[in-house]
Ligand binder design. Structure first.
Ligand SMILES: Nc1ncnc2c1ncn2[C@@H]1O[C@H](COP(=O)(O)OP(=O)(O)OP(=O)(O)O)[C@@H](O)[C@H]1O
Length: 285
């Protein structure tokens, strides 16, 4: 759906390129995660893809066409949820929705969306009376109101309690199941685990890793299995064995056959570990 080749970008006031030559593809029907430390260029990349920044080098294609050659029709295809919600604060939520709906040819069932995210009862309140989480949910509804083919979401669960974050994630998953495509930026690796088909980790304006979360875990993970058992003196012993040729490991087999096993599990690495390893940075949330 999107093809990005050797993309470079420099903000006019800066000396150095912010985006230093990145290439990736967003396939139709997938949720693609763009991840990396604060300030690495994730939002900048999103802004290029939604035609807010056009002075870039390299190639960006949307459905085979050069992004620069696309006219206003492109905006009917995309839905955008910026990180910082921007609403008309003196208008009600419903008035905001009505205003933005008028800009588009097609529209989603916004009443259903408002009900789903728990804002329907408060739809006639002015947005300046909304809490941070309510504004974030309204922002999400706005991103979806033109029934887009591709959704750009920057930290969509930021500021939401776990129940509301779950609702938003469920809607994103359902959107994908109906054929929608998503570019997701987030610092929450749990969200990435739950939602993303493929992810790219950015470091220093480049892409350090790109793959499915599962393949990245296999690549960066320790292929070990950890067994906890109690011995005859009721002491708890923990031992680790390599997964390769585990069935022929006499020590492991002896423990399994003769000991009282308390826990046993393969030691998978987490996306948090991979984030730190590939970007060289602790996360800032
Ligand atoms: N309008 C601008 N003019 C100059 N520099 C900018 C501008 N906007 C962003 N930058 C710089 O570009 C770099 C990348 O910013 P960007 O917002 O893309 O990062 P990000 O990865 O999305 O970060 P975060 O996770 O904090 O949202 C940062 O160093 C930032 O200071």
């Amino acid at each position: 759906m999107f093809l990005v080749k050797d993309l470079k970008f420099k903000y006019p006031k800066n000396q150095e390129n912010t985006i230093k030559g990145i290439s990736f593809e967003i396939k139709e029907g997938e949720i693609f995660g763009l991840l990396g430390p604060s300030g690495v260029g994730k939002s900048t990349t999103q802004k290029i893809l939604i035609k807010l920044l056009d002075d870039f080098q390299g190639e960006v294609k949307y459905n085979g066409k050069d992004l620069r050659s696309l006219g206003k029709d492109f905006y009917h295809d995309i839905g955008v949820g910026f990180e910082m919600p921007v609403h008309f604060s003196k208008l009600t939520a419903q008035e905001n929705i009505n205003f933005f709906k008028k800009l588009y040819r097609s529209s989603a069932d916004t009443d259903a969306l408002l009900k789903r995210v728990g804002l329907y009862e408060d739809r006639d309140k002015q947005v300046n009376e909304y809490s941070k989480g309510m504004k974030a949910r309204l922002n999400f509804v706005r991103a979806m109101l033109n029934d887009p083919k591709i959704l750009f979401l920057d930290e969509p669960t930021n500021g939401l309690d776990p129940k509301n974050a779950r609702i938003i994630k469920d809607i994103i998953r359902e959107y994908k199941e109906k054929g929608g495509t998503v570019l997701l930026t987030t610092h929450l690796m749990n969200d990435v685990d739950e939602l993303c088909d493929r992810v790219a980790f950015m470091a220093d304006g480049k892409i350090a890793e790109i793959d499915t979360p599962k393949n990245l875990k296999l690549k960066h993970g320790q292929r070990n299995v950890e067994v906890e058992y109690s011995n005859d003196d009721n002491e708890i012993i923990k031992e680790s064995f390599e997964l390769d040729n585990l069935g022929e490991n006499a020590d492991f087999l002896n423990i399994i056959k003769t000991k009282n096993i308390l826990t046993i599990h393969s030691k998978e690495t987490t996306l948090d570990d991979i984030f730190i390893k590939t970007t060289g940075v602790e996360k800032h949330e």
